[in-house]
Ligand binder design. Structure first.
Ligand code: AP5
Length: 218
């Protein structure tokens, strides 16, 4: 199954993807994390992406598409994966469809996690991440047992460079315009489903699972 999770920054894509990929047994492909990993390792790709990621702008399509298509070639993506943070532009959506079509495959569903702007700002300003396992916390909604320490592996948590208030505002603006076009694109293909992402994490999870169960039955 090839799934796309759509939503503005902070909508809960990463939070839900961590659970869904485990449940479905498919790879979690997240372009944001691929960029951050390359930036941490100081690769050429990381250096190209750094100014965009740290200032909240989209990395140019040619860089992003090339990176994603390479990732899709890996063995764990041959029969399906969950895409989180890609596509973000129409050019990316078309490139993805073309690449999958060449393999005789296609996107099964594009799920939009809808969350209001005020809630997104609140979520991003309180987010903490684990550098080791990628777990996502929130200082009030989903706090770790010990402040600043990952429950799973004891690593010291960090706040993302692009979660600073001025960068958050730019990320929301940049992504909103593109998101509308993507929603129309998948709607026209009859693949778009919407989930109210403002509900508690567990409730969002239940709705996603029931959507997926209906799709798998077909
Ligand atoms: P990326 O890493 O993809 O960031 P994003 O889309 O901005 O999404 P986030 O990771 O910020 O949010 P999320 O929806 O995963 O929310 P989360 O689950 O963490 O991209 C980063 C950058 O990389 C981009 O700005 C761009 O520069 C570049 N990039 C990436 N992909 C690209 C592409 N395709 N093209 C070009 N450039 C690209 O949750 C957020 C917080 O809310 C957490 O604290 C969590 O605990 C909490 N929370 C989650 N769900 C709930 C809930 N239901 N109720 C209450 N709290 C909740």
């Amino acid at each position: 199954m090839f799934l796309v999770l759509l939503g503005l920054p902070g909508a809960g894509k990463g939070t839900q993807a961590a659970f869904l990929t485990e449940r479905l047994g498919v790879a979690h492909v997240t372009t944001g994390e691929l960029f951050r990993e390359n930036i941490r390792r100081g690769t050429e790709l990381g250096e190209q992406a750094r100014p965009y990621v740290e200032s909240g702008r989209l990395v140019p399509d040619e860089i992003t598409i090339a990176m994603l298509l390479k990732r899709l070639e890996e063995p764990d993506c041959q029969r399906g994966c969950l895409l989180d943070g890609f596509p973000r532009t129409l050019a990316q959506a078309r490139a993805l469809d073309d690449a999958l079509a060449r393999r005789g495959q296609g996107i099964d569903l594009a799920i939009y996690l809808r969350v209001s702007e005020e809630e997104l700002v609140r979520r991003l300003s309180g987010r903490w991440n684990c550098p080791t396992c990628g777990a996502v916390y929130h200082e009030t909604n989903a706090p770790p047992k010990v402040p600043g320490v990952c429950d799973r592996d004891g690593s010291r948590l960090y706040q993302r460079e692009d979660d600073r208030p001025e960068v958050v505002r730019r990320r929301l603006e940049v992504n909103m315009a593109q998101l509308r076009e993507l929603l129309d694109y998948y709607q026209a293909q009859g693949k778009l489903r919407e989930v109210d992402g403002e509900q508690p994490v567990e409730k969002v999870r239940e709705e996603l699972l029931s959507l997926l169960a209906t799709t798998q039955e077909r």
